[in-house]
Design a protein around this ligand. Structure first.
Ligand code: NAD
Length: 258
């Protein structure tokens, strides 16, 4: 069992998840670096943490798969003996960005599996373990952070499944926050705007022009580090009387203007 608090970050081999894993390691967390396919990229994240005298472990698991989720949690506990923080970050975008009238069930099932079913049931599994660990005095409290998207509130008619799944993360966050408050587990949503990662690379030109025209007041691309700092603040216990909240990391995109 490690004396350090432990963070399990899904989809941590690249992009926003990678930045969150590195930031939480800097904050003193031992980090479980979950990934889907790219073992080399996940190993690189682990190496960076180990080279900075931290602790980390890469664990492959498809968050949409029930057996994989169970193994992810079991391997995290057998390596470190505790989980203090879960960050539900792994996500995929809508296949082919098809118009609402051409949207497919295949994309719907894939997006809902990774972006909603996975976070829901992983939260359930991890929360059960956190409750046990808190009751036996191994950890003082737990935190669950759900990474949603501005697409939870801003519709794109070529990504309906993505928007609907992300909007459901809002209710999921509130439900877990309400249920787990008495268990000393707080739950938050972090809602990124347009962040420069592999996910947004195919639509870079579109977002470049939205930035230039001031679609969000802070005229720049968001970076993984912007989201990682928000996650670090939420797990850093600066909000002891808040749970179920949503923290926007979107350059002010959510501000309605005339
Ligand atoms: P990305 O595509 O760069 O990285 C996604 C990560 O999730 C990868 O590490 C990938 O391996 C992992 N992943 C995908 N499917 C998985 C699965 N089934 N099981 C486990 N891991 C899986 O994406 P990103 O831009 O870093 O996005 C991270 C999160 O932030 C996602 O939930 C995304 O919806 C959200 N988000 C991104 C943006 C953006 O502009 N990039 C904006 C808002 C929200």
């Amino acid at each position: 069992m490690t004396a350090h608090p432990v963070a399990l970050v899904t989809g941590a081999s690249r992009g926003i998840g990678r930045a969150i894993a590195l930031e939480l390691a800097r904050c003193g967390y031992a980090v479980v670096v979950n990934f889907a396919h790219n073992a080399a990229a996940a190993d690189e994240v682990v190496e960076l943490i180990l080279n900075a005298n931290g602790s980390a472990l890469a664990v492959p698991a498809d968050v949409a798969d029930s057996a994989d989720r169970a193994r992810l949690v079991a391997e995290s506990l057998s390596a470190f003996g505790r989980i203090d923080v879960l960050v539900n970050n792994a996500g995929i975008t809508s296949a082919g960005r098809r118009d609402l009238l051409e949207a497919t069930e295949e994309s719907w099932d894939a997006v809902f599996g990774v972006n909603l079913k996975g976070p829901f049931f992983l939260s359930q599994t991890v929360a059960r373990e956190m409750v046990r660990l808190i009751r036996e005095g191994t950890i003082p409290q737990g935190k669950i952070i759900n990474v949603s998207s501005i697409s939870a509130a801003a519709g794109s008619t070529d990504r309906a499944d993505y928007c609907i799944a992300k909007s459901a993360i809002r209710m999921m966050t509130e439900l877990f926050a309400a249920r787990l408050a008495d268990e000393q587990i707080r739950v938050y949503e972090v809602r990124p705007g347009v962040i420069e990662t592999d996910m947004t690379a195919p639509v870079k030109a579109k977002y470049d022009s939205l930035i230039a025209s001031g679609t969000w007041p802070l005229r720049r691309w968001g970076q993984g580090d912007d989201v990682a700092k928000a996650v670090a603040a939420l797990v850093g216990d600066f909000f002891p009387f808040s749970t179920g909240d949503c923290l926007n990391v979107d350059g002010g995109f959510h501000i309605r203007r005339l």
